[in-house]
Design a protein around this ligand. Sequence first.
Ligand code: C5P
Length: 222
Amino acid sequence: NEKYQIAIDGPASAGKSTVAKIVAKDLQYVYCDTGAMYRAVTLKAMENGIDVNDEIKIGKMLDDTKITFKPGDPVQKVFLDGTEVTEKIRQTNVTNLVSTVAAQKRVREVLTDWQRQLASDGGIVMDGRDIGSSVLPKAEVKIFLIASVDERAERRYKENLAKGMNVSLDQLKKEIEIRDQKDSTRKISPLTKAADAVEVDTTSMTIDDVVNKILEIVDSVS
Ligand code: C5P
């Protein structure tokens, strides 16, 4: 029973983490949310009063930064230097600055290195933007999840409402488009579909549909 690396990439709010987590549970694999790592680095810079454009200071900050995960329901818990930051890293201010930090060379080097270590034994589902194209180029399974921007904004809107946040649908759509634009056009490992990735358009699919589709793809390589 071989333990694969499963890479799930795609634009913001395409449902990657929701399905990645379920797929990992079904297969008894480890789940790694790489977006949470970039978010935690961004949060730390902000909390330390470091300008998010200051690559040198952020690079140095990484020398004593530790990000860890603990399984949890309904979401995996994220710890930054031992303190839980699961909710804080989803705040709007972090979301809107993370792409600036994620474009930096040193940040990508350090986080990519951690991600490769986590995945080295296989048995992992990793979601992000550059997993299939750059972090784990040899992953046995590569999925590229997409959905229309309207559908993605709608999903984010409903999630927000459930958390008691009220941001207009239009505003969310704008934020998603700006972030995708930044993530797709940066110089180092931009958001892109790997040549050997299977594209799944989730616009009119349920979560179960998407999970089953991915499990079928996993079965087809074994
Ligand atoms: O997946 P999530 O929306 O939480 O990711 C937050 C941000 O982290 C992305 O918009 C992107 O800027 C960055 N990211 C990245 N590479 C990854 C995962 C996330 O650059 N593999």
